[in-house]
Ligand binder design. Structure first.
Ligand SMILES: NC(=O)c1ccc[n+]([C@@H]2O[C@H](COP(=O)([O-])OP(=O)(O)OC[C@H]3O[C@@H](n4cnc5c(N)ncnc54)[C@H](OP(=O)(O)O)[C@@H]3O)[C@@H](O)[C@H]2O)c1
Length: 242
């Protein structure tokens, strides 16, 4: 792991921060981290202060203009070798019979459209350079029902399928594409779940506990390091779907 720029979207969030730090450590500082954030500048700057030579880029990735901002900022600094599509939202939670067009657009644009077009744009740069590695952050809910998650799970299930398709088409051109599917991980995204619900969720996890962001980061690094893994999806969910 010793090539140019590694872009981590949503590096201001719990899982993104852990991924960025892990890539920095594994590459022994050889890779420069491009830390993307959207609204939480303070957190992004805090993460950047923890990672020497990293730089931050603000962009709303649900828009084409935001995605271009991120691509241009990365290219200005060097050749992107790693892209981790981690930024995402899980709200609004709406029961299936109450889903709205607005929620559809919000979730699909942020979780799916952003990742697809960042894969395309960074993939073009990586195939030109002849090497690269993309990791998409999916979710256990791509394969599991939970009331209120129809649109979220649609976005993540589709993301896993597109991951395989990009792996198929980019593999021959030197770029690997994989995904990780975290279970319930302790971050801001799950902090609002009430205690009774947390108990119910824990009861469905074979290991009996929520995971930590570092567990997801470790799987992402495995996918970056192992140059014969392409089109794979690693579940990091403590055994929630068995
Ligand atoms: N936590 C879990 O249990 C869990 C489980 C399975 C999958 N995941 C997935 O893991 C990823 C990271 O989640 P997390 O738990 O670390 O959540 P988090 O702490 O809430 O972080 C979410 C990140 O996404 C960014 N983001 C949100 N909307 C955006 C937009 N429109 N444009 C650009 N960036 C945007 C946020 O940026 P700002 O804060 O700067 O606005 C933040 O950095 C997500 O894709 C999530 O679906 C999480």
């Amino acid at each position: 792991m010793s090539k140019d720029i590694a872009v981590v979207t949503g590096a201001s969030g719990g899982i993104g921060r852990a991924i960025a730090k892990a890539i920095h450590e594994k590459s022994e500082g050889e890779m420069r981290l491009c830390l993307h954030y959207n609204g939480n500048e303070a957190k992004a700057k805090e993460v950047s202060a923890e990672i020497p030579e990293s730089f931050v880029v603000k962009a709303d990735l649900s828009s084409a203009a935001g995605r271009k901002t991120l691509l241009d900022a990365a290219l200005k600094e060097g050749t992107p070798y790693v892209l981790v599509n981690n930024a995402g939202v899980d709200k609004p939670h709406e029961p299936a019979l109450m889903i709205t067009e607005g929620a559809f657009d919000a979730l699909i644009n942020t979780n799916l459209r952003s990742s697809v077009f960042l894969m395309k744009d960074f993939g073009n740069e990586m195939t030109r350079a002849g090497s690269g590695c993309i990791v998409n952050v999916s979710s256990v809910l791509a394969r599991k029902a939970l009331v209120g998650s129809a649109l979220y799970r649609a976005s993540k299930a589709a993301l896993e399928e597109v991951t395989r398709q990009f792996a198929f088409e980019l593999g021959p051109r030197g770029v690997r594409v994989n995904s990780v599917a975290p279970g319930f991980i302790e971050t801001a995204m799950t902090a609002g779940i009430d205690d009774a619900m947390k108990e119910k969720i824990r009861a469905q996890i074979a290991l009996g506990e929520f995971g930590v962001p570092e567990a997801v980061a470790s799987a992402v690094c495995q996918l970056i390091e192992n140059d014969y893994i392409n089109g794979a999806n690693i579940a990091v969910d403590g055994g929630m779907i068995l």
